[in-house]
Design a protein around this ligand. Sequence first.
Ligand code: ZN
Length: 65
Amino acid sequence: MPRTAKSKGCPLCGKPSHPDHAPFCSQGCKDRDLLKWLGDGYRIPGPPVDDQDPLGRVDSEEGES
Ligand SMILES: [Zn+2]
């Protein structure tokens, strides 16, 4: 059993984490992780269901009659 369970290292690149940037190894990895989270947040503005629903309804109604 390895005794290094305490210091897991940088979650991004696996290098030993730096006390100044814990749990990351450097400011670069810290920034990258932050950007990753920000990017994920901005990528979920909500699907444009409102624009597609009326179109689908009109299409199916026209096809029936
Ligand atoms: Zn790193």
